[in-house]
Design a protein around this ligand. Structure first.
Ligand SMILES: *Cc1c(COP(=O)(O)O)cnc(C)c1O
Length: 407
């Protein structure tokens, strides 16, 4: 590696980038495991991992090697031919998910688009002309037109009307609202929810993962598809490979992305049960679906998650981290929640300002969702010593904040 601490390119001013992101005044030039480094060599603890993306940490040597070797061999041929790495990656993904069919996409939103298409086609196959999908309040499913329409956040939708039709919204965790919707709308074909809402504030249903069992029952009674958006919760994040594995049920459709490529942009939609075979030849596609490179990354990520016992580590370290935070912040009015290494710390008041303070005063990278929830999504191979490092920075941050707000 040459001059690892140097900025990789000269930055051109003024920027030509569309100003769609509210960017922080910092940039990182390299990463290693749980840590990020700026050009001057300052080290930051990364408790966000690119928003649940780099689950195996930054610059994992085995993934870096797989990418380099494949780049020197073959990047892409198109799906006009069999792609052996794609077949192999699908086999791995099917084995860890217990799902049957896999389609590789390039992002979370695209995976959800495919799920929405599956639900509509499934409906049409049953003679339902205008099929509807139940979605939840405070959900997030992406930024394409169909997925922003499915999303339960007005800010994401505003300015992009007309929205895509065919979504019925219910409160997250509310089974009665779904039963009521079923009575009013004979053309419902599917439910799409996140097992734990990520962008919405690390929300678990009041009944916990039993919510998924209840959704499974309703979907079976009604012959609907149960579709889970595991874009954020998948790939070991919650201490199971997929969050539905906490419940013992299998959904009909699962979408994932984020941690699937550890930073390489790739997603997947998977089917089993009554969703198998709904999409056939000519119904869906993407130029970049499962390139040799992307598929090899997926294969390598899943292989590492298995060989390095990442799932057990995420479960154990998650429990340890939550316990440490609860103990050390016991005298404050905060709530720590989550599963595995998808953790939310809810504060009594708005705390969006903590992102800058954490970064500038504690060299800690976090994010805040839903206004008052600190979101932690650290690397899944975090060690206990690194959990202690993270706890120390967080406790100092939160105690200072609460003391200042009390004055
Ligand atoms: C991030 C996210 C998405 C969107 O994924 P992109 O890759 O940004 O399109 C969809 N659903 C959930 C639950 C997410 O967390």
């Amino acid at each position: 590696m040459n001059n690892p601490n140097l900025a990789p390119v000269q930055v051109d001013q003024p920027s030509h980038l569309m100003p769609v992101f509210g960017r922080q005044p910092i940039s990182f030039v390299r990463g290693q495991g749980c840590y990020l480094y700026t050009a001057d060599g300052t080290e930051y603890f990364d408790a966000l991992t690119g928003i649940a993306v780099c689950g195996l940490g930054h610059a994992h040597p085995v993934i870096a090697e797989a990418i380099a070797e494949q780049a020197h061999t073959l990047l892409h041929t198109s799906n006009l031919y069999e792609v052996p790495w794609q077949t192999a990656a699908a086999q791995k993904l099917a084995a860890v998910s217990a799902m049957e069919e896999v389609f590789f996409s390039n992002s979370g939103a695209e995976s959800n688009e495919a799920a929405i298409k599956i639900a509509r086609k499934y409906g049409h196959q049953q003679g339902i002309a205008l099929p509807k999908i139940i979605v939840a309040e405070k959900s997030f499913h992406g930024r394409t037109l169909a997925t922003l329409s499915a999303t339960g956040n007005k800010k994401v939708q505003q300015g992009f009307e007309p929205l895509v039709e065919g979504f019925i919204r219910v409160p997250f965790g509310d089974i009665e609202a779904i039963q009521e919707a079923a009575l009013q709308h004979p053309d419902i074909v599917a439910i799409l929810v996140e097992p734990i809402q990520g962008e919405g504030g690390i929300n678990t249903a009041p009944q916990g993962f039993n919510y998924l069992n209840q959704l499974r029952d309703i979907c079976d009674q009604q012959q609907w598809l149960l579709m889970l958006d595991e874009v954020q919760t998948g790939n070991g994040r919650t201490g199971q490979y997929f969050a539905y594995q906490h419940s013992g049920i299998l959904p009909d459709v699962v979408t994932t992305a984020k941690g699937l490529g550890n930073g390489f942009p790739i997603g997947a939609v998977m089917t089993q049960g009554r969703a198998v075979g709904v999409l056939g030849a000519g119904n869906h596609g993407s130029t970049y679906s499962g390139t040799a490179l992307g598929s090899r990354v997926v294969y390598t990520v899943i292989d590492l998650i298995e060989k390095e016992q990442i799932i057990a580590n995420a479960a154990n370290m998650g429990q340890y981290l939550v316990k440490q935070l609860q103990q050390q912040l016991a005298q404050h009015a905060i709530q720590v929640r989550g599963f595995g290494l998808m953790i939310g710390i809810e504060l009594p008041q708005d705390c969006a300002a903590l992102v800058d303070i954490a970064r500038d005063q504690h060299q800690l990278i976090i994010n805040v969702t839903a206004g008052n929830v600190i979101r932690l999504l650290p690397a899944l191979n975090i060690t206990q010593a690194q959990c202690d490092d993270l706890t120390q920075r967080l406790v100092a941050l939160i105690q200072n904040h609460l003391a200042e707000n009390a004055q």
